[in-house]
Design a protein. Sequence first.
Length: 420
Amino acid sequence: MIDLRILRDNPDRVRASQRARGESAELVDSLLVADERRRAAIAAADALRAEQKKSSSAVKQASPEERPQLLVQAQELAARVKVAEVAQTQTQVELTQAQLAISNVIEDGTPPGGEDDYVVLREVGVKPELERVRDHLELGELLGAIDTERGAKVSGARFYYLTGVGALLQLALLQAAIEQAVSAGFTPMITPTLVKPEVMGGTGFLGTHSDEVYRLEADDLYLVGTSEVPLAGYHMNEILDLANGPKRYAGWSSCYRREAGSYGKDTRGILRVHQFDKVEMFVYCAPEDATQEHQRLLAAEEDMLAKVELPYRVIDVAAGDLGSSAARKFDCEAWLPSQGRYREVTSTSNCTQYQTRRLNIRYRDTDGRSMPAATLNGTLATTRWIVAILENHQQPDGSVRVPKGLQPYLGGREVFEPQR
RNA sequence: GGAGGCUUCGCCUAGUCUGGUUUAUGGCGCCCGCCUGCUAAGCGGGUUUGGGGCUUAUACCCCAUCCCGGGUUCAAAUCCCGGAGCCUCCGCCA
């Protein structure tokens, strides 16, 4: 949700942000009008309420003979108050709608444009030179690590089983992520994966991407697509004490995505699936610290990628591909030998105060005033990493080298051997 | 699934039966000041959260806020209806 003060003081900045995203700048003017109308309605209703209070206490103190006369006046006022309150509510609803329609104001430096207008910040690591490339599913089947056929039999397309070393690899990967996060001062969390509409909406996932989200109609609950959602909801309606620095959480959860609109895309293997596991970093901090925290999250992601020895690049995502909540987003994309290109394995967003205004999460600034906090999130490891790990560390015989950073979490194992 | 109890400004709590002198009581904690070799104690004051107005800002004024949402009434913490959460008991169950 957009800050009305920023909007009033600097509407051009919001207009520019909307244009860079390829979204409507006219929404800014609708919002300004809605803001004006709401304030007028509040002033009118407040004045009537004040009058009514006086009138009411006059009734209370009146002598029996003046009482009937005063009662009539009071009754008439009560009716007018009722009308004014309906108008006030209406303008409030319109304001909120106009406010929700505008995406977060992008951070300075964000590349303008759409999905393909990202800027590559750096490439790290060495791509493997392979004579014969097996893709992750072929490798996964050789190792007895991935079973998509039975996944489809039991649950449908885009479901899978991780079996044997596949299951162990995921546990090792996520455990390594948790350990890294804990030693960096993050609080590990295992979160709910079903959340209420207000939480799903508050994090910004019920906007243009709402058809990506699973909904349980009978219970009016949503399955989360990332633990960002329950971690953002964790402090909903609270005032945080950030005097000792940001609150940093690392959430481990299953994630569920409908993948609507991606029919035919990435249908092979487990690159794009309906359910996966993820360790996600989530930070609450003062707005002035957000940009710096964002860099820390990105650095943590790169540490993890180094641990599993993946070649990757970092991209600065363009404005039009940020989603409504993010003001800036950096993705790390790992090299996939089977595709000969980079694919997203992490994503870190600075959501500034966009989510906390919706979720009513504040902190005390240095003057003791309560202000919306900033939130950020970033991926530390997901099931998808298995794809890149298998493909980049494959050997000619179909075995897969276990990266050093994961060996301690796999009982010291150095290689996964094909089963016959 | 059934029955009952509870929810008040950080924490605890009075007030709810019997609607209006309640701008919600008191204690603890916290903040400011006074007193005092120091500390403690004592004394005085302050301390919900939003919104609006007026301001350079502070101050000040107004409105809302007693779990949430409706309703009755000139007037609701208080009465009525619906919902949520917590606790206790019963039933069922991996």
